[in-house]
Ligand binder design. Structure first.
Ligand code: FES
Ligand code: FES
Length: 160
């Protein structure tokens, strides 16, 4: 046991070359080794969505994904979502504009899932958005704002 696996990947555009225990989750790699604590450990069992990140552009629950699966691939976390230069990503701005967060614990995962929701085209109506986002639990019940934010951001992302 121990850090016996050499792992090479890109995280938020930066090359990472590190040693991990083969059983390490992508979430633990991000949080504990790379100190990217945006993705949250809510349940650690794939049931809350707080740990959602993108792997090669697709959303994944990083608690259920082995770090080894990211070998030679691209990981994007909430820390890397905004474009360089200080502006927020349109989805982040829309979450603020629509009060789509309260305590904020679920928010990084919600935002990353929401970006995938738009990119994959599941934004025809509120019901479709809710269905796509159903794996992202918000204990504060900010769902109305979240759906409104996604609808708004879908327009902004199309224009942008
Ligand atoms: Fe991964 Fe809950 S922490 S789904
Ligand atoms: Fe508190 Fe969603 S804003 S859990």
């Amino acid at each position: 046991p121990g850090a016996t696996l050499r792992l090479v990947l890109r995280v938020n555009g930066k090359a990472v070359d590190t040693m991990v225990d083969p059983r390490t989750s992508l979430l633990d790699l991000l949080r504990e080794q790379l100190h990217l604590t945006g993705a949250k450990k809510g349940c650690d069992h794939g049931q809350c969505g707080a740990c959602t990140v993108h792997l090669d552009g697709r959303r994944v629950a990083s608690c259920l994904t082995l770090a080894a699966k990211a070998q030679d691939r691209r990981v994007l976390t909430i820390e890397g979502l905004a474009p360089p230069g200080g502006a927020l990503h349109p989805m982040q701005q829309a979450f603020i504009d629509h009060d789509a967060l309260q305590c904020g614990y679920c928010t990084p995962g919600q935002v990353m899932a929401a970006v995938s929701c738009v990119r994959e085209g599941h934004v025809t109506d509120a019901a479709q958005i809710r269905e796509y986002m159903s794996g992202n639990i918000c204990r504060c019940g900010a769902y109305t704002g979240i759906v409104a934010a996604i609808q708004d951001a879908a327009t902004r992302m199309r224009e942008g």
